[in-house]
Design a protein around this ligand. Sequence first.
Ligand code: SF4
Ligand code: SF4
Ligand code: SF4
Length: 527
Amino acid sequence: MKEFNIILFMCNWGPHAAFQTLQDTAALIPDEIKMVRIPCVGRISKALLLRCFEMGTHGVALVGCRPGSCRYGTGSSNAQGHVEDTRGILELLGLGKDRLRLATFLPDEPERLLSFLQDFSAEIREMGPSLVVPSEESILETEGEDRVKDIVSAHDVYACQDCGKCSSACPLTLAGKPFSPRGIVGEVIAGHIDDPAVQKDIWSCLTCGLCYDRCPSAVNFAEFIRDLRHYLATRGSNSYAAHGGFFQSLMRTMTSEELPIRHWDWLPKDIRTDPDSKVLFFGGCAPYFDIFFRTHLGVKTRNTLVDSLRLLNFFDIHPALLQDERCCGHDLLWSGDQENFLKLAQLNVRALQDMGVEEVITACPECYHTLARDYPRQGVDPGFKVTHIFDLIEKEIDKGAVSFKELDRKLTFQDPCRLSRLENRSDLPRKLIRRLNPVSFDEMADHGASAICCGNSAWIGCDAFSKALQVKRIRQAHETGSDLLVTACPKCQIHLRCAMEDPFLGEALQMEMMDVTSVLAQTIEWE
Ligand code: SF4
Ligand code: SF4
Ligand code: SF4
C-alpha cells in the first residue's frame, strides 16, 4: 500500500454529527483520511485493528462517543481496551503505538474533531510510512487433483488399513464431535476434497498427533492435514480462525523485512545476556500473548521466558537475544499459509546467521519443533543446532552440586503435543520434574504420548468441543489431587486458563498453573 493513508473508524452517533458539520462547511479534512462509518467503536476488534496495519495502513483512529454517552453502554470502554492492547502490540512490532489512537467527541464539537484529525495526520506524516509490506495471495503450483494426489502419496495415506484406531483415539471424536480421521482419509482418497463437510473437518483437526501415535500404518495424519490445509488455503478455503484471525494477522505482519521489531524491550534489567554469545535464546510469541490476553485471561507467559533466562544465568550461561525476533511461523505453517511461514523462517534464519549463532535454545515446544524439524523439512537450512532448554538444564544438573528446595505443592503435568508426540520426548520435562522436591507428583489419567490436547492448535477451529476437551483435561488434573498444574507450553496455559474463566464452570475448574521452567527457577540452588 504505497499511498499515504489513515483509516478513521467513526461512530455513527455523536462524533459523526460533528464530522458531518465539517463536511457541510467544507472544512479542511486531510485528504489521506478515509472515514468508515460504523455503529459503535466498541465493535472494532483487536483483530480488525491489526489487520489494517497488516495491510500497510499508516495510521488508524477510532473516533467514538464520550464515555457515559455511548448508546450501547460499554462501547467506548471496550474500544479503549482494544486500542490499548493493540498499541502494546504495535510497540513490540516496532511500528510505534502512536499510529493508533482513540478519541471521543460530542456532536457539537466539530472544531475539536477537526484539530484532532489535522494533528493526527501531521503526526503520522512525521512518523513516515508504515514499514509493513502487505503479503500477497498464495499461488498454487500444481493443478488441484494432482496436488491432492501428491499430498496423499507424500504421507503414504494409501497405506491406511481402515482399522479405525485413529478415530477411536482422536480426542475430538471422543469429545462427541461428528468427526473421524479415518473418514477424512477415505473422503480425500475418494476425491471428495471439494465437499464443504470434508473441508470443515480438515480445518477442525487439532493436529495433536494422537492418531499417528496409534496408527499401525504410521500415517502421519497431522502432517497430512497440514499439507491439505495449504492446498485448501491456496484455493480460497480458509479456516475459522480464533480471535478473528488476530494471531495469523500478527504473524503475517512480521514477514515485513524492514520492521524494527522490539521483541525484548520489556525484559527485567537483572537478566544477563551477551550480544556476542554464539548461543542464543529464542523466546517465541509469549510477549504478544501477554498483551492480548492481559485483561481477559490474565495470562503471564512472559514469566516462562524470564525464568528460562534466570535458569541459564544460574548456570552462568549468558545467551544472546535477537531483538527483532519474529514468530517462528508454527501457526502459519499449520494453518496452511506456507508462503508466509517460509518468509518468517528465512528472516529468522538470516538474522541468526548474521549474528554468527551456533546454537539456539528455546523453552517453547512449538518453536523447538519448528526450528529443529520444520525449517529444514520445508527447505530452510538453519545451519545452527537447536536445543530444548529442558535438555540443556538436565545436562547442567547432571554435572552435580545442584539441588532443589522443598516445594509445598502437589504437582501434575500437562504434556504439550509438539513435545510429547511430534517430538516423542515426553521424558524431557518428567526427568526435571522428578528432580524437584514437591509434596507429590501424580500423572493424569491420560499422559505422555496419550495426553489430551489443550483443545486448540494454531489458533484455528476453537469451538465447544475444544472447550469440552479443556474441561475434561482440567478435571483429570483435579482428580490427581494436585494443586499445581505444571505446563511446558505457553499455549497450553492460555487455552486451559480460558476454560477456567468459563462463567458457569470456571470456579470448579480453577487450578494454579506454572511452566516447568518457573518451578525450576524458583527452587533451584547450589549445594
Ligand atoms: S489408524 Fe491409520 S490405518 Fe487405521 S484407519 Fe486411521 S489412518 Fe487408517
Ligand atoms: S491429529 Fe488429533 S485431532 Fe486430528 S485427527 Fe488426529 S487425533 Fe484427531
Ligand atoms: S481456548 Fe484458546 S483459542 Fe479458544 S478462545 Fe480460549 S484462548 Fe482462544
